[in-house]
Design a protein around this ligand. Structure first.
Ligand code: ADP
Ligand code: MG
Length: 230
């Protein structure tokens, strides 16, 4: 479902560089990455979402190579197929809770925002424990509530790939469980692929596989990795 090969990416001015020889996550599989802050986990998810452009290598999602697409095609592919939970939520401040959840439908030209989608959004908010907050401005929510809105938004379009950056990072244990239930329900029902990042070690056992981000990288200590991947 997602296959990464020989992926190289660096920030301008040489402050950060990343080299991932190989990563594969199967359809319907849930994989979680852990690792130190600043190591590049968010950068990897942004590359997998086609938000950032790789310097070289391939990122194949559902048979299509993101690195070979133009920016408009990547954007349209992302809107249709990928659900994203950003570490910083990226909610739209002037929209209500429900309108934030409906945003992917609003901005996809080929999607019609019908009553089915509206009730799906309402149902997701109910599952996330937010049904009473539907009409509220997202600026009047706690961090944890905003995070749950971001998860509902990522699930609206029933994506084939779900990328979740510390999706329970601001939640108490009960809400963390609830949000993990919601994410994994999507994985089971739709055979969605889930690639997540977490610092919450109590959540690791809920995923099919837990990987240390550092183990994916080619480093000076670990140059043999590049050969093994080919
Ligand atoms: P993590 O998610 O593992 O904490 P990130 O992927 O956010 O790490 O960051 C990896 C590295 O890239 C860090 O050194 C960070 O400072 C740098 N970085 C992140 N975003 C930017 C950016 N927009 N411009 C320049 N450097 C960045
Ligand atoms: Mg991060």
């Amino acid at each position: 479902m997602i296959t990464i090969r020989h992926l190289m990416f660096s920030r301008p001015h040489g402050e950060f560089a990343m080299n991932i020889p190989r990563l594969t996550v199967d359809r319907g599989e849930s994989v979680v990455l852990t690792g130190p802050s600043g190591s590049g986990k968010t950068t990897l998810l942004d590359l997998a979402a086609g938000i950032l452009q790789a310097e070289s290598g391939s990122i194949i999602v559902d048979g299509q190579d993101l690195t070979a697409m133009t920016e408009p095609r990547r954007r349209s592919f992302r809107l249709r197929r990928i659900g994203l939970v950003f570490q910083s939520f990226e909610l739209i401040e002037y929209l209500s809770v429900i309108d934030n959840v409906l945003l992917p439908a609003r901005i996809s030209p080929e999607v019609i925002l019908d009553s089915e989608l509206r009730s799906r959004a309402a149902r997701l908010l109910e599952c996330a424990g937010l049904d009473r907050l539907q009409r509220r401005s997202v600026t009047q929510l706690s961090q944890g509530e905003q995070q749950r809105v971001a998860v509902c938004r990522a699930l609206l379009m029933e994506p084939t790939l779900l990328l979740a950056d510390e999706p329970t990072g601001n939640l108490d244990p009960d809400n963390s469980r609830r949000i993990m239930d919601l994410l994994l329900d999507q994985v089971r029902r739709m055979n969605t692929t889930l690639l997540a990042v977490t610092h919450d070690h109590t959540m690791l056992s809920r995923f099919d596989r837990a990987l240390k981000f550092q183990d994916l990288l080619v480093s000076e200590q670990n140059p043999a990795e590049a050969d093994r991947a080919s």
